[in-house]
Design a protein around this ligand. Structure first.
Ligand code: ZN
Length: 94
């Protein structure tokens, strides 16, 4: 990624106003404040300084939790079924 150093200098974490440092391999701008530590994505060399878009240092999976799928109380009735269909076939040898 190719960020203007001057740009980087004027950028600050929108959450805590701390300076940001470049994490090149991850293509992220990481807040230098250890208690904040948000990592902002850089898309097409444009830093996305939105707290909503930022990755938190811990609890990565949090942002997938928009769950509105509460009504899917799927049954566990499928477990008893496997037993009686195991191909127990009486041999027809008489
Ligand atoms: Zn911060």
């Amino acid at each position: 990624m190719n960020l203007d150093p001057y740009l980087l200098e004027i950028l600050a974490c929108p959450a805590c106003k701390s300076p940001l440092k470049v994490d090149d391999p991850a293509a992220e701008l990481v807040c230098t404040n250890p208690t904040c530590g948000l990592a902002y994505p850089v898309r097409d060399d444009i830093p996305v300084l939105l707290v909503d878009e930022a990755r938190r240092p811990d609890g990565d999976d949090d942002q997938a939790g928009d769950g509105e799928t509460a009504g899917d109380g799927g049954g566990s009735a499928g477990t008893a079924r496997a037993a009686d269909s195991t191909g127990v076939r009486e041999p027809e040898v008489s």
